[in-house]
Design a protein. Sequence first.
Length: 250
Amino acid sequence: MKIAILVPSRERMNRRLTMLTSILTSVKDINNVTVYFGVDEDDPTRDMIKRVATAIPCVRIVDIKNDGKFIGLGKMWNICVDASTEEIISMIGDDMVFLTQGWDEILINEFIDTPKDQIKGIHCDDGYHGSKLAVNFFCHRRYAEVVGRFMREEFRINWIDQWLHQVFNSVGRLKYCGNILIEHRHWVLGKDKRDGVADRMAVADGNKISDRLWYDLVQERIKDVKTLAEYLNVKPDWSVVDTAGGDINA
């Protein structure tokens, strides 16, 4: 069993290299991991990150055809999933750093100890939210097969993590691994400076489209929970799902 580290990323060479170095120096076996950078076709640093991929066997570049626009993180992660082959897929940002030695072996052992249905979501300590939110996320690709995709593509930036957290938690298949630290060095947390890439994403999410979508897509969220619960033959716990404005009996 192997892990696909899926990272939509534009321009941020320093962050890419910091994250990549943290992976290379903390894994127990680099053969357990492949890092997929989803890179826009018009990314001005595209040639640089491709040279890195040529030099480091565990790195792959996934072409993102964006027509000069930011297409949204949800779409980019799904494209990366389609390009990967590993059993374990993930939601990782280019502003994250892996700080626990042997995290790859810990995660793989967690997934080996998974029911035959292969549905299990794991998130690790991000240095801020802890168990409250799956800021980083790992699951078997079987989940994407069951619900039809890994991410909701409607979301440009926010709420994707909350969606996954609630869906997996509703069927009792979300586990927090606090013994693994994947620090989230987000500019909002004061751990880095806001850059042009962050500005670009904010403009693409004008009028906070993603915030509105969280409420507009409530019935789709309910549908995802029902789909997963039906597959597992369990009754979902609606108390951990934001169903405001929706109908769980529809």
